[in-house]
Design a protein around this ligand. Structure first.
Ligand code: GLC
Length: 591
């Protein structure tokens, strides 16, 4: 299936909107700590009390045309709109439930239609979120008990109105509502780019997920279905990361990843959540995701009158100003061409073009190594060093504005695929490692094995997720091995690990064994320095101290966990960084 059109979109808008925008996180004077769209479940609000919100839903200020025009200016090229979220209320006209904005609300408006038409006018692609498992309005809606409670005590399924599990007939709901409604959404609104399913649970078996995929691909051959379609194995056309999770490495072309971020700490509108990310932070996330070859969906939660909250509008306006400077880099389906990430810039290449976005602390000059090719034009002053590396100048001003150095080569350059220092720094990712489960070498990049799609995690060994993080690395027979090229010198190493559940502190003391060209050391992971980049999935750096590399040449670096039965932490390994202590960038012939 052709997916380059999807990768070229790069940025889109998620729209979480529904009845929950009316209470906005407050029910009978009590505020929810959790996501706004989960209010009904968190407060266990009976349908008899929640459904009357439909009669109040009258978003007089909602203007799909203005919203989509603003998205288009901000470079958000597709939308994913909640046609039906877990509360079961539909924001479009449907034959399969009268609990919808046309029949049950005084506005009598079909918001799918309004968005679809506006998308057509502004060249934005229409996509739809549809809660295919959970539906709190229906007795037979998905109820994964006893497998899971959400947010500590909240039920995923509606067990407050419908406590009798044995009376629930999921198949009746799936055949009688889910498939017919997906058919409506795929038939009545013109071209649909994405069907976004969520919270699948085991009730969405491989057969049910396949039924959705077949239906969608029959009605809309170009529509992609996201990876949350199935609850038991990896299916769908592209991978959806965890909420507010950023990819840890470069995404696979045939199974592109999509990162989804909130602008504050909720998807659906909440009156009291003013914890907005800054426009700069959103720009950085956009570039981080893009250089890893993934898409980014930025969330908007309009209020009950249909207005985009002020904190989100500020981000939109700033993206619109920034966009002309970055459009080409973001729209070309490019990615970081080096095997490792660069510490001083974010980097996107496509064909003869290369864009480098200096980080705010990069300084005014930096060295780029490992490119062979004749430069045609370069937007900043540069010199070729004897080693062939490029020294670029005039970076500070670009860093302030978050704009790129633009280089055009006479022909597509060759990027050195060895792991080597860049500007005195080397970032090793799990995807570049050889993974060993005991004697057996496994290929990184696949979370699932075998015809039934068994999870590697269930084998008790580590694996690399489609987004590039190393998970489940507790087994002492697992070895993660990198080979890199280093000039003789002294280096500092540090390792970045991340807590897998959102909004929890980083909390592991895992002991790891690190072997440098055959000589072992043990290290206890500590939080020497917190990675503030992602508040949902907290990361922490642990330093290794120094390593002396005696002579120019290969370093084989192996990492394995040391067995500890008390180690319950769910930690992801993101990167291992090597920094030259005294950079000798001018003189070192290898640099
Ligand atoms: C989580 C939430 C859901 C939200 C989704 C967005 O799964 O439970 O409410 O729509 O994140 O990714």
């Amino acid at each position: 299936m052709e997916k380059s059109w999807f990768r070229k979109l790069r940025c889109g808008a998620f729209i979480h909107w529904g009845l929950y925008a009316i209470p906005g996180g407050i029910w009978k004077g009590e505020h929810t700590q959790y996501l706004g769209e989960w209010l009904q479940a968190v407060k266990r609000i009976p349908n008899a009390e929640y459904s009357p919100l439909a009669a109040q839903f009258n978003p007089v200020e909602f203007d799909a045309d203005k919203i989509i025009a603003d998205f288009a200016k901000a470079g958000l090229k597709y939308i994913v709109f909640t046609a039906k979220h877990h509360d079961g209320f539909c924001l479009y006209d449907t034959k399969y439930s009268d609990y919808n904005s046309v029949k049950a609300s005084p506005c009598h408006r079909d918001f799918m239609r309004e968005f679809a038409d506006a998308c057509q006018r502004h060249g934005v692609k229409m996509g739809v979120y549809y809660s295919h498992c959970l539906d709190w309005h229906e007795k037979d809606g998905g109820d994964p008990r006893p497998c899971a409670l959400n947010f500590g005590t909240t039920s995923w399924g509606n067990d407050w109105d419908f406590p009798e599990q044995s009376e629930k007939d999921f198949e009746a709901y799936f055949q009688g509502k889910v498939l017919p409604q997906i058919e409506e959404l795929m038939t009545n609104y013109g071209p649909i780019s994405v069907l976004w399913n969520d919270c699948p649970f085991p009730q969405i078996t491989a057969e049910r997920a396949q039924a959705i995929l077949d239906l969608v691909h029959r009605l809309q051959p170009n529509c992609l279905v996201n990876g949350r379609v199935c609850g038991v194995k990896s299916m769908g056309d592209y991978g959806t990361l965890g909420d507010n999770e950023l990819p840890a490495g470069v995404s696979a072309e045939d199974f592109p990843a999509e990162a989804i971020v909130t602008l504050n700490d909720t998807w659906g509108f909440k009156f009291d959540d003013q914890h907005w990310k800054t426009p700069r932070r959103i720009q950085e996330i956009t570039l981080d995701v893009a250089q890893r070859g993934a898409n980014l969906l930025i969330n908007f939660g309009p209020d009950a009158r249909g207005r985009i909250p002020r904190g989100s509008q500020v981000v939109l306006d700033s993206l619109a100003e920034w966009r002309p400077y970055v459009d080409e880099a973001l729209q070309c389906d490019g990615r970081n061409p080096f095997p490792q990430e660069l510490s001083w810039c974010r980097c996107i290449a496509k064909g003869t073009r290369l864009w480098l976005f200096p980080m705010s602390d990069a300084g005014d000059s930096a060295v780029l190594s490992g490119i062979e090719g004749d430069i045609d034009t370069c937007s900043v002053p540069y010199e070729r060093l004897a080693s062939g590396s490029l020294r670029l100048q005039g970076l500070a001003e670009l860093a302030t504005e978050n704009r790129p150095v633009q280089i055009t080569f006479k022909a597509t350059p060759v990027y050195d695929q060895r792991l080597r220092l860049q500007n005195g720094f080397l970032v090793l990712a799990p995807r570049h490692a050889a993974l060993f489960h005991g004697e057996r070498q496994v290929s990184p990049g696949s979370e699932f094995i075998g015809p039934a799609g068994e999870r590697l995690a269930d084998t008790g060994h580590c694996f690399v997720t489609p987004a590039g993080g190393l998970r489940n690395w507790k087994n002492p027979t697992d070895v993660i091995q990198w080979e890199c090229y280093l000039p003789a010198g002294t280096y500092q190493l540090r390792i970045l690990t991340r807590q897998l559940y959102h909004n929890r502190p980083w909390n592991s003391q895992r002991i790891v064994r690190v072997v440098f060209n055959g000589s072992p050391r043990e290290l206890t992971l500590r939080a020497d320095e917190l990675d503030e980049g992602n508040a949902y999935y907290r990361g922490a750096y642990t330093s290794f101290g120094e390593y002396r590399h005696p002579q120019d040449g290969t370093l084989t670096l192996q990492l394995s966990p040391v067995s500890d039965p008390d180690d319950q932490a769910e930690l992801q390994l993101d990167t291992l960084e090597i920094r030259e202590i005294e950079p000798r960038m001018n003189t070192n012939p290898h640099e």
